[in-house]
Design a protein around this ligand. Structure first.
Ligand code: HEM
Length: 436
């Protein structure tokens, strides 16, 4: 017991030391001549939470489009400005070694249920769905309460004192307990036994390939990382596409027709192959995501050892950097009539492209867009998100009619929060089962 307490203390002191080092190592003045943009007049935190796009748009026009970086307040750490880089640096960031530039509604229920089925299999699905939704909401809340209440050198105390952090740890413990019997049985199985097609098995295999025997807690934590990265991004994207479909009734009708046609030609049902034939839906999803991205900035990295770009731009250790993907998507120099959602945009481009390169225009493709990030850390879940969204829309569009409560209503304004742009999850929508 004493040994455990001592090792926790050593780990805690080491962690606190690392944080202190990290903070000492960074000084905003080392960002030298990179211009710092802020709000004129009221420059409060609240304005960054609600209106960060104003600053990013200004920086995009005044600096990024001229090939120069700018920096702005970082919502996570106001003493460490965030550097937004022009796209000319993207290739260098993309190929930078890991040790140099490192990483820092109801639809959520629909998606969490689908992903629970894929991640942990049918037996644990229901319990896992409840736990993972509770975990994700706790884990998104805890960091801000810790930052608000503790000095960075005392963050390590939070897991003993702070109720929000304790809540996160409680769900993690419960998840480990839930997975324990399955992990034990799988670890005891031999190579000839029936294979399992779920993420528990992929993660177990991954650990074992590296010579490790993971605990149930390790696997629970790995799964929670996936859930945290996926639930809000995918459910927000689904709601956003739904709002756009409601504003484009002709596209809605075309996509419904396409779904019926593809289904009638695929007697095996909605296989991956059948889903890949929903070209009109896929092109609409890509265009909707271009105009209504889930986040304004992507390819977020932190400088782990001093970094100088080929043109001499030098960034000190501890700098957080990013790219203005949303501004780029909405720039008239990137897309004609960029501010307008043009449902046929990607269908026309696909039709004009060589058949061997048409896949580059699909929803999950990283070609010509940064919505999925870029390079080795580009979203690994994007193909899963693509198929989950296609399935969600197949079901929604074939089984339900939906409308805004009042005639003539359109997509409600998005709800910006720091660098995220979330569709209005509070807006009421009316659903009716088709044929009733
Ligand atoms: C529409 C839904 C989604 C969007 C818009 C999205 C977007 C992103 C973006 C922008 C990044 C950062 C990439 C970078 O900085 O270069 C990312 C990373 C990541 N995403 Fe997604 N994502 C979505 C769905 C998912 C799903 C369904 C999963 C898992 C099942 C997932 C797992 C991850 C993981 C694990 C990372 C970190 C990758 C790494 O650091 O190497 N995402 N995602």
């Amino acid at each position: 017991m004493a040994l455990v307490a001592l090792s926790s203390l050593v780990a805690a002191v080491a962690a606190a030391g690392w944080i202190l080092w990290w903070r000492r190592a960074f000084s905003a003045s080392k960002l030298g001549s990179i211009p710092y943009l802020k709000f004129d007049g009221d420059d409060s935190e609240a304005r960054y939470t609600a209106e960060s796009r104003t600053i990013i748009s200004r920086g995009y026009q005044e600096y990024l489009k001229r090939g120069q970086p700018f920096c702005m307040r970082n919502p996570i750490d106001s003493k460490r400005p965030l550097v937004i880089l022009p796209f000319k640096y993207l290739d260098e960031v993309r190929s930078a070694p890991q040790n140099k530039l490192s990483l820092p509604l109801q639809l959520d229920k629909v998606f969490s249920r689908m992903s629970a089925r894929v991640l942990v299999g049918p037996e644990l699905r229901d319990e896992w769905q409840k736990l993972s939704l509770a975990y994700v909401s706790a884990v998104l809340k805890a960091p801000s309460t810790v930052r608000a209440k503790y000095h960075p050198s005392l963050y390590w105390l939070a897991k003993y004192l702070n109720p929000d952090v304790k809540e996160v740890l409680k769900f993690r413990r419960q998840a480990g307990q839930l997975l324990q019997p399955t992990i034990k049985a799988r670890l005891a199985s031999s190579p000839g036994d029936e294979p399992h097609e779920d993420a528990i098995q992929w993660l177990l295999d991954g650990h074992r390939a590296k010579g490790r025997t993971p605990t149930a807690d390790d696997i629970a934590q790995n799964l929670f990382v996936l859930m945290t990265a996926s639930i809000h991004s995918t459910s927000s994207t689904a709601l956003s596409i739904l709002f756009d479909l409601m504003d484009h009734p002709q596209s809605l009708a075309d996509i419904r027709r396409e779904i019926a046609q593809v289904r009638s030609q695929n007697s095996a049902g909605w296989t991956r192959h059948a889903l890949s034939e929903l070209h009109t839906l896929d092109a609409f999803m890509r265009e909707s995501q271009r105009v209504h991205s889930f986040t304004q900035l992507t390819v977020q990295r932190i400088v782990a050892s001093p970094w100088t770009f080929k043109d001499g731009l030098s960034l000190p250790v501890g700098t957080q950097l990013s790219f203005a993907s949303n501004e780029h998507n909405l720039d008239a120099d990137t897309h004609a009539d960029a501010a307008t959602l043009d449902a046929g945009r990607f269908l026309r481009r696909t039709a004009a492209a060589d058949p061997s390169s048409q896949h580059r225009l699909h929803f999950a493709s990283t070609e010509d867009t940064l919505v999925w990030g870029s390079g080795a850390h580009a979203c690994p879940g994007r193909f899963f998100a693509e198929e989950a969204l296609r399935l969600i829309f197949v079901r929604l569009l074939t089984a339900y009619d939906f409308k805004h409560p009042a005639d003539g209503q359109q997509r409600p304004p998005d709800m910006p929060r720091n660098f995220n742009i979330v569709p209005n999850v509070m807006a009421p929508l009316l659903f009716r089962e088709k044929g009733i």
